[in-house]
Design a protein. Structure first.
Length: 243
């Protein structure tokens, strides 16, 4: 994984989202809705919901919005019923793309996602057409900017907690776990006083695809078009953005 940092690859996406607070809140609401729908509305017993709420609060999402999303999921508030869907396909230059959506109108969303791919020299495929190129892993980022971290000590503690791998980057560390060990590792590192900058269970590409400048431009446009769709929750791809 060295040299192909997921951390680096997502910075452009995160920076772009920072300018879209309304859409960020909408996506947080959907994340909270999904977690509460699957595991109930009690934060003390639902780790996924607790994490979703923490991320929403980190982006200054109002408490009323958070409570409303939980109440919708638990049936204590009238509202739309959302459905989770996954689309797989190829972007320009053969980049593998997986799009997770949460929508109350799957016909509308399917048409919009298909149009985004077609407009940018991509095409949708069948389920399973590209997902075999990704591994589902826990992913944790610890920044090294504010305080000097002892790399050997962090490595030993992360592995002791159940992590599979730790990758050193210029300004921090990326820790990878199995999905099953993810929450335990997060809790352990928090208890040890490490400042976790980002964490999630996500899809990590097995290999990365380098593109020409022209195809890379088209790929960025595809990503940005999908990001502007309020139904889109996550976009995973294997474009190598390090160049």
């Amino acid at each position: 994984m060295a040299g192909h940092s997921k951390w680096k690859n997502i910075q452009r996406r995160k920076n772009a989202q920072d300018a879209k607070k309304g859409k960020i809140f909408m996506r947080h609401a959907k994340d909270i809705y999904t977690a509460a729908k699957q595991g109930g509305g009690d934060l003390s017993t639902n780790a996924s919901l607790r994490l979703a709420v923490e991320k929403a609060k980190a982006d200054n999402m109002p408490n009323d919005n958070i409570d409303r999303a939980i109440k919708k999921a638990t049936g204590t508030l009238d509202g739309a019923s959302f459905e989770e869907l996954t689309y797989e396909g190829y972007g320009p230059g053969g980049v593998a793309v997986i799009v997770h959506v949460l929508t109350d109108n799957k016909n509308r969303t399917a048409a919009e996602v298909r149009h985004a791919f077609k407009k940018n020299d991509g095409n949708l495929g069948e389920n399973g057409s590209v997902s075999f190129m990704f591994d589902r892993k826990g992913y944790i980022v610890i920044s090294n900017e504010e305080a000097k971290i002892d790399e050997d000590e962090l490595t030993l503690e992360a592995l002791e907690a159940g992590a599979d791998d730790i990758v050193t980057q210029e300004d921090g560390y990326e820790i990878y776990t199995t999905p099953e060990a993810y929450q335990e590792v997060v809790d352990y590192l928090n208890e040890k006083g490490y400042s976790i900058e980002d964490s999630e269970v996500t899809l990590i590409p097995q290999n990365y695809n380098k593109l020409s400048e022209e195809d890379a431009g088209k790929m960025f446009t595809l990503i940005e078009t999908l990001e502007e769709n309020e139904d889109v929750q996550d976009i995973h791809h294997n474009l190598d953005e390090t160049e």
